[in-house]
Design a protein around this ligand. Structure first.
Ligand code: CP3
Length: 384
C-alpha cells in the first residue's frame, strides 16, 4: 500500500467515525490499487467535497473557487473598508469569519476557505509585510544574514487570531460544508521573502538559492517547520482539509523543482501526518507541468490541484486512476462568460468523470468577474 493510500484510508475511517445521522452513504470503489483494504466497503461522510478529496468519486463534482472571498463581491469590498489594511482584516476574527462566509451565502459552494493570506507566515516571523493599493504585497527583502534573525517562536502566538477565525467558522458552518485551511508552500513564500514583492520570473529567489545555498536551506527549514505547526493548528481548530499553495512552481529546472518544491512539500505532508495521521491535504503546484505526476507521487498529498494550462487528458495519461484532482477552469473564461464558459465547464467535468474530481478554477478568481457568471458556473456544475 502506498503512503498516500494509507493516509487516505485512515482519513476515510476517521470521517466515517465523525459522520452524523444525516450522513450520506458512500460506496468505496472496487479498484485494485485503491484505498488499502476498504475497497467495496461502505463508509459514511456527510461532506461531498471532503469525500472527493478522500478518494470518493461524486455523482456531480463538488466545487469551491480559489479566492472565492474577494474583490469581485461588493459585500467583501464593504467589509474591506472597515479594516485599516489587508492584514488587519486577516487578523480580525469577526471580519475574517464574515468575509469567509459571504460567498457561501450567495452560491451553493461545497466548501469555505479560511480568509487569510499566504504572507501571514513571514509577517508572524517578524519580517515587514505591507499591502499597498495597486502594488500587491511589499516585504523588506531578506538577505543571507537576516534569515537567521527570523523569530520562529512568535509564530502561533501571532497567528492566534487566524486560528480563532477557524474555530468560529467550524462552529458556524452547516454540516455538509467542508472547511479548508491553507498556507503557502515554502518555495512560494520564500520568493516573496527574498524578492520583496511578486515577480514574473522569481529571479531574486532563484539566484539567492544558487548563491547562498546554506542561508536558503535554513530559510526553507524554518518555513517547513512553520507550515507544519500552522497547518496542524488549523486542523486542530476545525479545518477539515488543508491546501498547500505552491503558486510559483514554474520557472524551475527539474533539479530545482525536486529540491525546492517536492522535498519541502513532502516534509510538510509527513510532518503533519506524524501529528495527525489522517490529515487530508490538497497540493496545488501551479505551473508544475511535466513535474505534476512526480509531485503527486512523492509528496503524498491526497488530491492534486491542476492549473488551467494543464491539458485535460493529462490526468488520464499520467496520474494514478484513484488520485483525486481539483480544477481547472481558466478564470478569464469566467470573466468572459457566454457559451464558451458552459462548453468548457462541461469539457472539464467530462474529462475527469472517471475519477474523484473537485471542480475549481485553475487559479484565483479575478476582481473583474461578473457575479452572474459565478452563479452560472455553480448551477452548471451542480445541475448540468
Ligand atoms: O481563496 C480564498 O478566498 C482565501 C483567501 C486567500 C487570499 N489570498 C486572500 C487575498 C488565499 C488562499 C490567498 C492566497 C495567496 N496570497 C496566494 C496563493 C494563491 C495565488 O493566488 O497564487 C498568493 C501568491 C498570495 C499573495 C497575495 N496576497 C497577492 C499576490 C495578493 C494580491 C494583491 C493585489 O492587490 O491583487 C494578495 C492580497 C489578497 N489576498 C487579496 C485577497 C482577497 C486582495 C487584497 C485586498 O482585498 O485588497
Amino acid at each position: 500500500m502506498t503512503l498516500r493510500a494509507c493516509a487516505a484510508t485512515r482519513a476515510i475511517v476517521e470521517s466515517a467515525e465523525l459522520a452524523q445521522n444525516t450522513a450520506m452513504i458512500i460506496q468505496i470503489p472496487s479498484k485494485k490499487d485503491s484505498l488499502g483494504g476498504l475497497e467495496g466497503k461502505t463508509v459514511l461522510t456527510h461532506k461531498p467535497l471532503l469525500a472527493a478529496i478522500l478518494g470518493e468519486r461524486q455523482e456531480r463534482p463538488p466545487l469551491w473557487i480559489m479566492r472565492q472571498a474577494g474583490r469581485y463581491l461588493p459585500e467583501y469590498r464593504a467589509v474591506r473598508t472597515k479594516a485599516q489594511n489587508f492584514l488587519d482584516l486577516c487578523y480580525n476574527p469577526e471580519l475574517a469569519t464574515e468575509v469567509t462566509l459571504q460567498p457561501l451565502r450567495r452560491f451553493d459552494l461545497d466548501a469555505a476557505i479560511l480568509f487569510s493570506d499566504i504572507l501571514v507566515i513571514p509577517d508572524a516571523l517578524g519580517q515587514s509585510v505591507r499591502f499597498e493599493q495597486g502594488e500587491g504585497p511589499l516585504l523588506a527583502p531578506l538577505n543571507a544574514e537576516s534569515v537567521a534573525q527570523l523569530k520562529r517562536e512568535r509564530l502561533l502566538g501571532h497567528l492566534a487570531p487566524v486560528l480563532e477565525t477557524v474555530r468560529r467558522l467550524r462552529a458556524t458552518l452547516t454540516p455538509g460544508k467542508t472547511l479548508i485551511g491553507f498556507c503557502g508552500s515554502p518555495w512560494t513564500v520564500a520568493t516573496y521573502m527574498i524578492g520583496g514583492r511578486g515577480s514574473t520570473d522569481q529571479a531574486a529567489a532563484r539566484l539567492f538559492a544558487l548563491r547562498h545555498p546554506e542561508a536558503f536551506n535554513q530559510l526553507i527549514d524554518i518555513l517547513v517547520q512553520a507550515s507544519i505547526d500552522y497547518l496542524v493548528a488549523q486542523l486542530e481548530a476545525g479545518a477539515d482539509v488543508v491546501q498547500l499553495f505552491e503558486s510559483w512552481a514554474l520557472n524551475l529546472d527539474d533539479q530545482a523543482f525536486a529540491e525546492r518544491v517536492i522535498e519541502p512539500n513532502r516534509r510538510i505532508v509527513q510532518g503533519i501526518r506524524a501529528r495527525i495521521p489522517n490529515a487530508p491535504i490538497i497540493g496545488f503546484p501551479r505551473g508544475a507541468a511535466g513535474n505534476l505526476a512526480k509531485y503527486a507521487a512523492l509528496t503524498g498529498v491526497n488530491a492534486l490541484g491542476l492549473d488551467y494550462a494543464t491539458p485535460l487528458d493529462f490526468a488520464a495519461k499520467h496520474l494514478p486512476a484513484v488520485l483525486p484532482v481539483q480544477g481547472n477552469l481558466d478564470p478569464l473564461r469566467l470573466v468572459a462568460g457566454g457559451p464558451q464558459l458552459d462548453h468548457r465547464i462541461d469539457e472539464i467535468i467530462t474529462a475527469f468523470a472517471d475519477r474523484p474530481h473537485i471542480f475549481n478554477l485553475g487559479h484565483g478568481i479575478v476582481p473583474e468577474t461578473p457575479i452572474e457568471h459565478v452563479a452560472r458556473l455553480v448551477s452548471r456544475v451542480k445541475n448540468g
